[in-house]
Design a binder for this molecule. Structure first.
Ligand SMILES: Nc1ncnc2c1ncn2[C@@H]1O[C@H](COP(=O)(O)OP(=O)(O)O)[C@@H](O)[C@H]1O
Ligand SMILES: [Mg+2]
Length: 260
């Protein structure tokens, strides 16, 4: 539920001057921006620009050296990843991180567990209430897999489906936690043209259900085709932001990409 005073048309996520250092390297340099809800906001920039570091800072994998991150107006910097997930932010990874020894269905069910009610004692004695809950979780996971086109492979081991399916499955697992903000780190890396188009359609479909999405991606055709807003990073700093068509002709952005 939105916090008191939070309006749907306001900023859902804000970073204020966040800086993240690794030794002498500033992976993020006083980075500030705001994300409006129900939009696809892409974060682009050359390799090493700090895009993944930004997602790690938002999700609590890293705690920024300075600055603040606000989610629905509440500071989240310094919280642990599981606390941030519980507040409504889920993600996928640049290198897919599925449970390879589990089925496709089980991977999605795992994504749902934090929201279920059965506690420690229920688990210990495997009460009927938990079995009922397990059944509900399974049915919900199947519905989700169906909407991602993965139901026919529900009982495959996740390591045995294609990379494209693994990438879709990772998004399905993230969506299983019903996040308000979904972060995608290079969802089409390694996919062919047809798979990339299908992924673009899927991301648009998620947006149409009201999902807010931060997309980190190198594929400019995809970024320019589906984004509402584009933020450009270079050496950890923001060098531009705007509508895709504005960023495409921005001279600083061109320079960063051409390396001049
Ligand atoms: N855990 C880490 N330790 C040291 N340096 C890191 C770490 N994570 C990222 N970096 C460095 O921070 C910079 C930004 O990396 P990253 O965020 O992965 O870039 P991008 O995702 O835009 O390609 C790079 O120079 C990278 O080597
Ligand atoms: Mg990266």
């Amino acid at each position: 539920m939105p916090e008191k005073g939070f309006q749907q048309n306001q900023t859902i996520l804000e970073t204020r001057e966040i800086t993240m250092r690794f030794g002498g390297l500033e992976a993020l340099n006083a980075l500030s921006f705001c994300i409006a809800p129900h939009q696809i906001v892409s974060v682009i920039g050359p390799n090493g620009a700090g895009k993944t570091t930004l997602l790690n800072a938002i999700t609590g994998v890293y705690s920024p050296n300075s600055g603040e991150i606000l989610f629905r107006g509440m500071p989240i910097s310094g919280l642990k990843p599981f606390q941030i997930t519980a507040r409504g932010i889920n993600r996928t990874f640049q290198q897919v991180q599925l449970f390879s020894n589990m089925t496709v269905l089980e991977n999605v069910m795992v994504g749902m567990h934090p929201r279920t009610k059965s506690g420690f004692w229920d688990g210990l004695f495997h009460f009927a209430s938990e079995r009922r809950e397990e059944k509900k979780i399974r049915e919900k996971a199947e519905t989700l897999l169906d909407s991602f086109g993965l139901l026919p492979k529900a009982y495959w081991m996740s390591a045995h489906v294609s990379i494209a399916d693994q990438k879709r499955l990772e998004i399905a697992r993230a969506m299983a936690g019903e996040p308000e903000l979904l972060l995608l780190d290079e969802p089409v890396a390694g996919l062919n043209i047809r798979e990339t188009e299908a992924m673009g359609d899927l991301i648009i479909k998620l947006k149409q259900t009201g999902q807010t999405i931060i997309l980190v991606e190198h594929n400019m055709h995809l970024v320019m085709g589906i984004s509402d807003w584009v933020i450009v990073l270079h050496h950890g700093a923001k060098i531009g932001e705007g509508r895709p068509e504005e960023m495409q002709k921005d001279s600083r952005v061109m320079e960063a990409y051409l390396g001049t």
